[in-house]
Ligand binder design. Structure first.
Ligand code: 3H9
Length: 706
């Protein structure tokens, strides 16, 4: 028996324990060990039934995702199907005892058992689509047989887990066990030992009629095409579930296997697996080891009750952390609290939160007009207007008001953290926590490390981000940090393209078709064109003379067209903020371009995407080389979680690797020739392209060197 699987006996019930930390993934040795254990108990006359349970924190989190990369690069293919049939055909009933998660292959394993029992806190699901694949061990075949076609299609396409309680009502879990799961599972096994063992694959009663299924499958396809635009796996999962409704189990499994393989070898799956590991990799900071002590964050304060401050207060309250929300006068504070209440009310209306949950969260937010209670908090997040003088004044106040040991964070999106820290007597306590708007929705948190930020403060913010439901990515203190620094060239190119003759809609459309959540011009309208305009005016003296600068947004702002908030920007907006083309804009832009001597031409969607996306890549490569991002994957995670970059392309740096850095470099050189200095290729990109390497390889070398 392998070390990964242990067999023990509770009198006449065998207990098979899967012990493959951290999450009992079905990596090499695990399926073989379970198979051997099933063999062993089938030969043991003293055993009447078996329980399969996971050691540690979970049942089984699925196949070992690391193995997929090996498979697609020529490694051996391993199928779980024979093991699952062996379990299902066991003459002695097998009870799967689930705590933590039964995900992916873990749920497929559980469905091969004759019964499933679970702790009420457990979750089960088929999250494979999040990795760009579909269930590959008969999940698409057994699940509809156990819970019906509609719910199975929903679980296999959406990838969202369901709670054990819901699974019990669906018929996927046979009994919820409060208290000791193993004891409950063993006694359940004894109850069913003498009964004929039901096999999921032989059940048909929940499969529905052809007519019902056709409607369910058509609706699922329509929903997936709309909600999961551009993703191939959800549609493949529906094809596989459809096969379960039309073909015998074995044939359905063959359809599933073919679709699984197609998905596994796709660029989308490789990208999404990169994102899965990337989201975990960003938590690893070479000089801030896991053991670094973290500070308690049980009470916080937010300074500034505007859109960002209010959103940040909600983030803390949603995590159950009491917040003081400070502003300068009653009217501003009332307006800020009013906006928070409105946001919560709309969440209740949309069914996201219950009224009771919202009441509790609102109770955690205390509006204040002074710093009197700031001595009680463990952390402050400053979210006042973006201006150095004001920020420094606030930090001087915080330095006086807060106790030693409290973290002083700034939500600045562009300003120098070290300069802000210099206003205090404790720069080691100062750090940037750059939330993205709307703060209570967006997952990204850029954590900006100042020269003197202490390791404890960094470790605490990284850990806190997880508690807040965010993905924290540590970045260095350069102007605009990582995300916004890259966004500059990206939006610059979008404007240049319009100034050179592209339609506003064509620019946005090309990038939406590429997979972005929104086009760059519509994004500008949403954020407010005046924000960038004001920053540009402030920094104009830093611009090198003779270098082309975009002008269209400045002109729009001069006309008072700031975007959605003034109902006019790149688009016109109705009272529901629905955009329509601005009938005068094209003529105006052509006139401005003629005045600036910019020749007009037809521009393809391909050029639009290359110009905008490679502008991201080129700036990303500079940031990487300058050390403001720890790894290329950190940039990818920032772009996917903060800027709506399609996860199925793996982020801008992974996308460049997928296209091939030589190709990307050559195209950037072309743009350099055509458009001048702004397109000077980043030296790191040039080096990697010439060496035939990728950003992913660069990351590996960095990790090895650390
Ligand atoms: C599948 O099953 C296909 C099937 O149809 C079969 C086809 C043949 N493999 O997330 P955490 C690592 S596809 C390998 O930080 P948490 C993870 O990288 C799979 N490694 O913990 C991390 O490592 P490190 C379907 C895995 O408590 C460590 O475990 N299943 C796997 O926040 C801790 O993870 C899924 O998609 C894995 N399957 O969350 C589930 N899972 O410490 C994927 C985790 O070195 N997993 N690791 O950074 C999850 O959703 C979460 O990890 C889970 C725990 C909720 C389980």
């Amino acid at each position: 028996m392998s070390d990964l699987i242990k067999v023990s006996k509770e009198n006449d019930v065998a207990v098979i324990t899967i012990d493959n930390p951290p999450v009992n993934a079905l990596g090499p040795g695990v399926p073989e060990g379970i198979g051997a254990a099933i063999d062993e108990i089938s030969r043991d006359p003293a055993v009447k039934a078996a329980v399969v349970i996971g050691a540690g924190r979970t049942f089984v989190a699925g196949a070992d995702i690391k193995e997929f990369g090996k498979m697609t690069s020529g490694g051996p293919r391993r199928s779980l199907l024979p093991l699952l049939l062996q379990i299902e055909d066991s003459a002695k009933p097998v009870v799967m005892a689930i705590h933590g998660n039964a995900f992916g292959g873990g749920l497929e394993l559980a469905m091969a058992g004759h019964y499933r029992v679970a702790s009420p806190s457990a979750q089960v699901g088929q999250p494979e689509v999040n990795l760009g694949i579909i269930p590959g061990a008969a999940g698409t075949q057994r699940l509809p047989r156990l819970i019906g076609v509609a719910k199975a299609a929903e679980m296999c396409t959406g990838g969202k887990p369901v709670s054990a309680r819901e699974a019990a009502t669906l018929g996927l879990i046979d009994r919820l066990i409060e208290g000791d799961l193993l004891a409950g599972a063993v006694s359940f096994a004894r109850e069913v030992a003498a009964k004929p063992a039901p096999k999921a694959r032989e059940r048909t009663e929940k499969l529905g009629t052809a007519e019902e299924n056709a409607a369910i499958i058509a609706a699922a396809r329509a929903a997936a095409s709309k909600k999961q635009r551009g993703l191939k796996a959800p549609l493949a999962a529906i094809d596989a579930v459809e096969a379960a409704t039309k073909s015998p189990f074995e044939e359905g499994c063959q359809v599933e296997a073919k679709l699984f393989t197609e998905c596994l070898f796709s660029d989308q799956s490789k990208a999404l697996i990169h994102v899965f590991f990337g989201e975990r990799e960003v938590a690893k900071i070479p000089d801030v080891p896991k053991e670094t002590p973290v500070l308690p964050v049980n009470r916080v304060a937010v300074v500034g009750s505007g859109t960002m401050g209010g959103g940040i207060a909600m983030v803390f309250a949603n995590a159950g952390i009491p917040v003081l929300l400070k502003d300068v006068d009653e009217a501003t504070l009332d307006a800020g609290m009013g906006k928070i209440r409105k946001n919560y009310a709309s969440s209740v209306q949309r069914g996201r939160f219950t009224q009771a949950f919202v009441d509790e969260r609102l109770n955690l937010i205390t509006p204040v007009l002074n710093y009197n209670k700031f001595s009680e908090v463990d952390m402050v997040v400053e979210a006042v207007f973006e201006g150095m003088a004001l920020k420094k004044t606030v930090f001087m106040d915080l330095d006086r008001a807060c106790r030693r040991g409290a973290i002083l964070a700034s939500n600045t999106s562009t300003l120098n953290i070290d300069e802000i820290a210099s206003a205090t007597s404790r720069p080691e306590a100062v750090i940037g926590t750059h939330f993205f708007s709307p703060a209570n929705v967006m997952r990204l948190l850029e954590i900006v490390r100042g020269k003197k930020s202490s390791k404890e403060v960094i470790a605490t913010c990284m850990q806190l981000s997880k508690k807040l439901g965010k993905i924290g990515v540590l970045v260095g203190n350069c102007r605009a940090f990582v995300g916004n620094r890259m966004f500059g060239p990206y939006r610059r190119e979008a404007q240049f393209l319009v100034e050179e003759g592209a339609d506003v809609q064509a620019v946005d459309q090309a990038l939406v078709e590429f997979g972005n959540a929104m086009g760059p011009l519509a994004t500008g309208d949403l954020a407010g064109l005046d924000v960038g305009w004001r920053i540009r005016k402030e920094y104009r003296h830093l611009e090198k003379p003779g270098i082309r600068q975009p002008f269209a947004e400045d002109r729009l702002c001069e006309m008072g067209h700031y975007g959605q908030k003034t109902v006019r920007g790149w688009y016109c907006y109705d009272e529901n903020r629905r955009p329509s083309p601005d009938p005068e804009l094209a003529t105006q832009v052509r006139k401005w371009s003629a005045e600036a001597g910019i020749p007009q031409r037809q521009i393809s969607a391909e050029e639009i995407v290359d110009r905008c996306v490679y502008a991201l890549v080129n700036e990303g490569a500079r940031i990487l080389e300058e050390g403001y991002a720890l790894r290329a994957v950190d940039i990818d995670i920032i772009y996917i979680n903060g800027y709506g970059f399609p996860a199925y392309r793996g982020g801008p740096m992974w996308h460049a690797d997928t296209v091939g850095l030589q190709k990307v470099y050559a195209r950037i050189c072309e743009f350099h020739q055509q458009h001048g200095e702004l397109w000077a290729p980043a030296p790191l990109l040039k080096r990697l392209a010439e060496a035939g390497k990728t950003f992913a390889e660069f990351d590996k070398e960095q990790v090895a060197a650390a």
